[in-house]
Structure formats: structure tokens, C-alpha cells
Design a protein around this ligand. Structure first.
Ligand SMILES: NC(=O)C1=CN([C@@H]2O[C@H](COP(=O)(O)OP(=O)(O)OC[C@H]3O[C@@H](n4cnc5c(N)ncnc54)[C@H](O)[C@@H]3O)[C@@H](O)[C@H]2O)C=CC1
Ligand SMILES: Nc1nc(O)c(N)c(N[C@@H]2O[C@H](COP(=O)(O)O)[C@@H](O)[C@H]2O)n1
Length: 298
């Protein structure tokens, strides 16, 4: 039996307002030559085959994709037991939800701090998913720390159970000769935010630079899954994030875990809340709670 089951209509209705709308590939029709068709995110037609993929629907600046932040948290706002320790927090129902969400986006993005310890698959195992509807896995790895060869991502791409990953590096990363493109992988070299005093490039990339580059490559929606560093940064950037979907598992991981918490904020010298969700909705999925919302601008 599959580890991932279909969501109910009510569960999909609950998620719909927080998801990008998308254009779904359908098999070319011999009679009309069409290659795409519009569906709402929860339309059951979302798993058709075909050769062109486009999940679109951003309502903000046209040079940015729709961005969904999503992660599974404990009651003490932790996402893993310790740095580098892959930790299952989602129950079966929220795991199914994550695979459904993955299928609603053109891409899934994580940081190298997650790619190395977790060795994730980052494909969607939602019933009926096809290679054409799979999201593109994207890893932010500015200094080329991660060896994609031999990874689960590479294996899935070779087996055509997932798309080849795109790895984001800074321009000054050492070029590496490789054959990733044979299984759909690619390295994107982007300019870092600033340079250090010794003129070596800092490893930070602006999030607007990353997102604009993805949009320019045809990514209209991206689901950002983690890890803690990336989620915590983006919680402070409401101008870039369209929606937030958090799985809250009924457990505490304890001191020493990896915490999601945005940078502290001040106004007029006083501490103020660092980030806030508005337009919230809650729903129970099995033993977990799912919180959806949009980040407030201030
Ligand atoms: N429960 C959950 O839903 C999830 C849990 N995790 C857990 O999170 C932990 C990993 O979290 P972190 O160590 O914080 O790693 P991370 O995945 O957030 O990656 C951090 C790294 O990404 C790169 N990076 C991030 N922002 C960048 C920028 N603007 N420019 C250039 N490079 C940038 C840097 O190299 C940085 O060290 C793991 O234990 C993993 O299991 C990860 C994803 C989801
Ligand atoms: N939604 C969710 N719940 C959890 O409990 C998790 N630990 C994660 N982790 C994220 O999922 C990735 C693993 O994906 P695959 O199952 O290998 O495809 C992991 O790397 C985190 O990004 N997510």
C-alpha cells in the first residue's frame, strides 16, 4: 500500500486559498493539438501526463514566482531533534498533504543544510503523479558543499521518478565538470549579495535574486520546505512569501533541537513581534494540526 493517500475534498478545499493556481499538462490530443489545460489546484485532473508543465498563478510582481513556505514543527517550534538528524514529525495524513502540496508547485526548494543530512527524494508520491507533473527539486548550495552524485535525488532523476535537481551556487564557486544534464540536473550560478574585505565573495545570495532567477527559468511557483535557516530568514520577508502552511505535530523535541524563529525586530528602539500570520485557517489532519496563513507586511 502507498505511504501517501489522496486528500479528501474538504482537505483540498481547506488548502486551496493558500496555493498557486496552476496550468496542468495533459496528454496532447490528436484532434485539437492542445498540450495544456487549466485546473484549480484541487481539481482531480492534476495528475495527467504530457510533455509541458506549467503551474502558475502568482498575483504579485511578475518577475517573482508564487512562494509557499511549508514545514513540520514540534510544539517547541523545532523541525529536527538535532542539527543533521532527519526527524519525522508529520503523521501519515500530513505527509500525504505534503505530497499533495508538492504536486501543486513547479519547484521544491531546500538548503544544503537539509540536503546533506536528509538525502531527500523531494518528489511527489501523491497518487497519480507523473514525471511531467513532478516539481523541480532546487538546492541552495552556494559553495558546492553537496555531492549530488549518488544522492537519492540523482537516483530518482535517473529512474525518471523525479525531475533532475537544479543546484544554486554563487558565481565564484569552483566550476565542476559533470554530467548532471544527462539526467536533467543543472547548476545555476548567481551573484552573491556582497564581497568580504579580502574580495572573496560572501556566500549569501539575496532571496530576490534566487527567486527572480527561478522565475526567469519558467518556475511560476515554488514550495520552500526548509531547513531552519531558510525558513527563519524568509519569515522576515513578507514581500516575497505568498503563503505559509505549517504542520504542527503534538510533540516537543526538547532543548538542543533545530528551531525555526525569525530574526528579532525592533521599532523605535523597542522589541516588536518578528513576524505575524494573517488570514489564518486551521484544520486537523490525523493527530496533527495544519495552520495556513499569509505573512503580514509589518
Ligand atoms: N521538519 C521539517 O519540515 C523540516 C526539517 N528540516 C531539518 O532542518 C535541518 C537543516 O536546517 P539548516 O541547518 O538550517 O539548513 P538549511 O536547509 O536551511 O540550509 C542552510 C544553508 O543553506 C544555504 N543558504 C541559506 N540561505 C542562503 C542564502 N540566502 N544565500 C546563500 N546560501 C543560503 C547556506 O549554505 C546555509 O548554510 C535538518 O535537520 C533537516 O532535517 C528541513 C526541512 C524541513
Ligand atoms: N512535511 C515534513 N514533515 C516532516 O516530518 C519532515 N521531516 C519533513 N522534512 C522535509 O521533507 C524532506 C524529505 O523528503 P522525502 O520524503 O525524502 O521526499 C526533508 O529533506 C525535509 O525537506 N517534511
Amino acid at each position: 500500500m502507498s505511504e501517501v493517500s489522496e486528500l479528501s475534498n474538504a482537505e483540498r478545499d481547506f488548502l486551496r486559498p493558500y496555493l498557486p493556481t496552476k496550468t496542468v499538462p495533459v496528454a496532447p490530443q490528436p484532434d485539437d493539438g492542445r498540450t495544456t489545460n487549466d485546473h484549480s489546484p484541487n481539481n482531480d485532473g492534476d495528475t495527467g501526463g504530457g510533455s509541458s508543465v506549467g503551474k502558475s498563478g502568482p498575483t504579485k510582481a511578475t518577475n517573482l514566482p508564487f512562494v509557499t513556505l511549508t514545514y513540520a514543527s514540534s510544539l517547541d517550534s523545532m523541525i529536527s531533534l538535532a542539527p543533521g538528524l532527519r526527524t519525522a514529525l508529520s503523521g501519515p495524513e500530513t505527509k500525504s498533504m505534503t505530497h499533495y502540496l508538492r504536486l501543486q508547485h513547479d519547484a521544491i526548494l531546500i538548503g544544503v543544510g537539509t540536503a546533506i543530512p536528509d538525502n531527500p527524494g523531494l518528489n511527489s508520491r501523491y497518487p497519480g503523479a507523473s514525471l511531467a507533473t513532478q516539481p523541480r527539486p532546487i538546492i541552495v548550495d552556494p559553495q558546492m558543499r553537496w555531492n549530488v552524485y549518488g544522492s537519492k535525488l540523482a537516483q530518482l532523476a535517473i529512474e525518471k521518478q523525479g525531475k533532475g535537481p537544479w543546484l544554486i551556487h554563487t558565481l565564484r564557486s569552483l566550476p565542476r565538470s559533470d554530467n548532471m544534464n544527462e539526467w536533467g540536473g543543472e547548476r545555476l550560478l548567481l551573484p552573491a549579495d556582497d564581497v568580504n574585505d579580502d574580495h572573496t565573495e560572501k556566500e549569501r545570495l539575496k532571496w530576490s535574486t534566487i527567486l527572480e532567477a527561478l522565475k526567469a527559468k519558467g518556475i511560476n511557483s515554488v514550495m520552500i520546505e526548509g531547513g531552519a535557516n531558510i525558513i527563519s530568514s524568509l519569515l522576515g520577508m513578507p514581500e516575497l512569501v505568498d503563503s505559509v502552511v505549517i504542520t504542527i505535530a503534538p510533540t516537543w523535541l526538547g532543548v538542543g533541537g533545530v528551531t525555526v524563529s525569525p530574526e528579532a525586530k525592533t521599532s523605535g528602539g523597542e522589541r516588536i513581534n518578528a513576524a505575524h500570520l494573517q488570514e489564518t485557517s486551521w484544520r486537523q489532519f490525523g493527530q496533527d494540526a495544519v495552520l495556513c496563513g499569509r505573512l503580514s507586511a509589518s
